[in-house]
Design a protein around this ligand. Structure first.
Ligand code: SF4
Length: 340
């Protein structure tokens, strides 16, 4: 689809229903048409203002004087089995990637990006090696999901694509609010996962959100010194401060947290590291998801033995699963997204 972006224009896709009602009031357009316009954008997935059928030609023209529906352009499309990866070119020519994973006809999950590049700079992650360019707008976050929603009923959304979602908190939460709307995609918050490296300020803010949003903590390593070696971000919160933030979060929300553990052979899979991982799980209500490392071009890591670590944690009575990696051949699996 051709991008018709004009930087002066404001993207209607990023407006909440309340904001859209205000815009319609200011333009002296009927309020019932604002609701229907919202429905046509977020449920009907209309891609341009011209396609909004509830509006008369002159009403569309009035709206189009100030607003547009920004439409990222698909520049690459790759498939592997039930996994589909799309590269989108944004209005400023930056590129992001998003992935659809279909699980045996039961679930259609979109792995969505929240930033272009990532400031966290994990050494084992292709996105982390790109550097950080900018936060995505609300419309850009939603557009990734809507692209797949034109073809499939989307049941789940995971903020595990490019970027650290809690460092783009406002836009991510606004996009989730719109996804959750009955007039939109109506995706329940309990079907949405936010994966963080452990941004404590963001975890504290999450406590105040309504609904059953799910939180995943990408632990990476069970000792602070090793975490600092593997994660480039300055002022990385310590494991104990993240545990405290999650503890407070759980006091308020009563929600179990997933601890994601990317297995790096010879680095974080030794007996001491795994024992410490088991200790951390005792401090919070959690479940460990072991993620076999997915190779990236030029990377110096390889995956540890997920089966062995799984058994070891089971013996220590840790609630544990191993993640099924989808889309490795098209570099769509965890840690492989990049636009380099
Ligand atoms: S693993 Fe996640 S947090 Fe780390 S660099 Fe990659 S995208 Fe950023």
């Amino acid at each position: 689809m051709k991008s018709t972006y004009n930087k002066v224009m404001d993207d209607l896709r990023g407006k909440s229903l309340k904001e859209l009602l205000n815009i319609f009031a200011q333009l002296q357009l009927p309020q019932y048409k604002a609701k229907e316009t919202f429905r046509q954008i977020h449920h009907g997935l209309k891609g341009t203002i011209d396609q909004i059928s509830i509006l008369k030609k002159e009403e569309r023209a009035l709206l189009a004087e100030k607003y547009q529906l920004d439409q990222p352009q698909v520049i690459k499309h790759q498939h592997e089995g039930e996994t589909e990866k799309i590269a989108f070119k944004l209005s400023d020519n930056l590129v992001i990637e998003s992935v659809l994973m279909q699980y045996e006809g039961e679930r259609n999950t979109v792995c969505v990006s929240s930033q272009v590049g990532c400031p966290v700079a994990c050494q084992f992650c292709a996105t982390g090696q790109m550097g950080f360019k900018r936060n995505l707008t609300v419309g850009e976050i939603l557009s990734q999901i809507y692209y797949f929603a034109t073809k499939h009923k989307i049941s789940n959304v995971v903020f595990m694509g490019m970027g650290e979602p809690l460092l783009n908190y406002k836009n991510v939460m606004k996009a989730i609010g719109i996804l959750n709307q009955e007039l939109g995609q109506n995706i329940a918050k309990r079907k949405i996962v936010i994966s963080t490296i452990g941004i404590t300020e963001g975890i504290k803010k999450l406590m105040t959100e309504t609904g059953q949003l799910r939180l995943a903590w990408s632990l990476v390593a069970s000792f602070d010194h090793l975490r600092k070696e593997l994660i480039g971000m300055k002022n990385l919160p310590s494991i104990s401060s993240i545990v405290r933030a999650i503890h407070d979060y759980q006091q308020k929300t009563k929600r179990r947290v997933t601890i994601e553990y990317v297995l790096l052979k010879g680095i974080n899979d030794g007996p001491e590291a795994i024992n410490e991982l088991a200790e951390i799980t005792r401090k919070i209500d959690s479940h460990v998801n072991i993620i076999p490392y997915n190779e990236v071009a030029g990377g110096r890591f390889s995956s540890g033995d997920a089966e062995r670590i799984y058994e070891k944690l089971k013996r220590r009575r840790v609630n544990v699963t191993t993640r099924q990696s989808l889309g490795k051949k098209i570099s769509a699996a965890c840690g492989q997204l990049t636009t380099k």
